[in-house]
Design a protein around this ligand. Structure first.
Ligand code: ADP
Ligand code: MG
Length: 237
């Protein structure tokens, strides 16, 4: 993997100070719970990738993040770890309802995120589920949706639940993630995403991850992120 550029924002916090976790290289050095560290080790995740190294110190202290890095660079753990750590610190449990929403452009990608979430979050008492349309029955989803703490969704299906499912309550959610934000916004989901975001609490952490920072991603960042950390990890050319 390529080294971080010299002007990398790693470790710069909102007040201009540097995080003590700036530039740390291994997951075990991060301020995360023992359970997550154990799960990372048992899945053989030891050293962070560049995007993880650049974004996790910020994401773990609750900041909004706009992260861009190419496919295969490890963006999934860059948001799964902060989601799990936040809910763990808040002692979130099944009875607390929706704590985090992760939006993915396709059900195949949602499936992959779910697999990573299960691998890393298995020791926590959090519940997670997929709301992805397609091959899944919406009626069955409706029965379970209120018991889930982490929702991994495609945009259309999430909005359908917001509109149709009685008692579907996102008013306490803490962390919103848009994965492949460039794909989501460029495939005509802009209106759906805006409708979803308008129904979420304003006080929350938001993370956008994408392979490229398109204009749509920057527009959404302007509208929905608070003083975000812009992190871009590119290959040396
Ligand atoms: P992206 O979302 O950026 O395309 P993924 O999150 O899908 O990338 O990760 C790509 C691959 O890299 C996966 O197989 C994942 O298990 C692996 N991976 C991610 N982070 C690490 C890491 N810190 N160490 C080793 N492998 C990793
Ligand atoms: Mg990905």
């Amino acid at each position: 993997l390529p080294p971080l550029p010299n002007n990398s924002p790693v470790g710069r916090l909102a007040d201009g100070t540097f995080s003590r976790y700036a530039g740390v290289a291994r997951f075990e050095q991060l301020p995360i719970s023992k359970n997550i560290k154990k799960a990372l080790i048992s899945n053989k995740f030891v050293s962070m990738t560049d995007i993880q190294r650049a974004s996790l110190p910020h994401a773990l202290c609750g900041r909004d993040v706009l992260g861009a890095a190419k496919t295969g660079s490890g963006k999934t753990l860059a948001f799964i770890i902060p989601v799990l750590e936040k809910l763990y610190r808040e002692r979130w449990g099944p009875e607390d309802g929706v704590g985090s929403i992760i939006i993915s452009p396709t059900w195949e990608l949602a499936d992959q995120i779910f697999a990573v979430l299960k691998a890393i979050g298995c020791i926590h008492r959090l519940s997670a589920g997929l709301l992805i349309g397609g091959r899944q029955d919406v009626a069955i989803e409706k029965e379970h949706v209120n018991k889930l703490n982490v929702l991994i969704c495609t945009p259309g299906r999430l909005l359908q639940h917001m509109d149709e499912t009685p008692n579907f309550d996102c008013s306490k959610m803490k962390v919103l993630v848009l994965d492949e934000a460039d794909c989501i916004l460029d495939s005509g989901f802009k209106k759906v995403i805006n409708a979803i975001i308008s129904q979420l609490p304003k006080r929350r952490q938001t993370m956008l991850f994408s392979a490229t920072q398109t204009k749509s991603v920057q527009d959404l960042a302007r509208l929905s992120l608070k003083d975000p950390e812009y992190i871009s990890v590119h290959e040396e050319s």
